[in-house]
Ligand binder design. Structure first.
Ligand SMILES: [Zn+2]
Length: 240
């Protein structure tokens, strides 16, 4: 493949982790549990690079690679990118010097046992080990509550929440006075269906890492700082 390598900006926190070895972990959790928030906290404080499948698809598409073109053809049709393509992209990204040096936080990959086995192969090739797979556990009803109250402005895109960030006037944007709308993704029935699919896919994944002694269960209903503390508890990143 002659297409150029996509780049992901990292390294602003290099001085932070100069005395530590790279963190290598997987984040597993339902939509709305705050995986993105935890990934950025881990990036800011420990220097590890967040790698989500969506992020990697976009990087490959922007870099105009063959893999990017393939992925885009599925995304355009609203289909899931097949595992083989996702695995190749992940293999390519994880093997970069940056990721070797800084470590990684995987989010949305692996999403099934086939991908978990492929990840094991990548790790063997790279001669590195996974620290752990973290499962952010949260009651389904909390997820439904968190996500279903969301409303977006139809004009400026500002996001509101019926409980945590209500607009001053019901149904209208504070900023531009335009009507607010609930995205179809945020309707309770849609959220419950996404949760059903999530549990179906991830239960075997959690078993897989539990058998390897790598699963760490964390209470995802707590505040972001409390969740972060649970994730890094007992983690030894000293080089010595
Ligand atoms: Zn607005």
């Amino acid at each position: 493949m002659s297409a150029p390598q996509a780049t992901i900006e990292v390294g602003q926190n290099e001085e932070l982790n100069s005395n530590t070895r790279p963190l290598r972990m997987i984040l597993i959790g339902p939509p709305g549990v705050g995986k993105g928030t935890q990934a950025s906290l881990l990036e800011q404080r420990l220097g590890a690079i967040p790698l989500s499948s969506g992020m990697i698809f976009r990087a490959e598409i922007e870099a105009d690679t063959d893999l990017g073109h393939l992925a885009q053809s599925y995304i355009k049709r609203g289909e899931l990118v097949p595992s083989g393509i996702t695995i190749e992209m992940m293999r390519k990204r994880m093997s970069t010097d940056n990721v070797r040096k800084h470590g990684f936080i995987l989010d949305g990959f692996p999403r099934n046992i086939r991908q978990a086995e492929a990840l094991d192969e990548i790790l063997v090739e790279m001669e590195i080990d996974l620290d752990f797979a973290v499962s952010l556990d949260v009651n389904d009803e909390i997820v439904v509550q968190r996500l279903s109250g969301r409303m977006g402005c139809t004009k400026c895109g500002e996001i509101y929440h019926s409980q945590t960030k209500p607009p001053k006037r019901e149904g209208l944007c504070d900023k531009c006075n335009s009507p607010l709308m609930t995205r179809s993704d945020d309707h309770p029935d849609t959220i419950r269906e996404r949760l059903r699919v999530f549990h179906e896919q991830t239960a075997p994944l959690c078993d897989y890492y539990e058998k390897k002694g790598l699963l760490k269960r964390v209470d995802g209903s707590k505040s972001p700082e409390e969740v972060y503390d649970q994730i890094v508890a007992g983690l030894d990143l000293d080089r010595s």
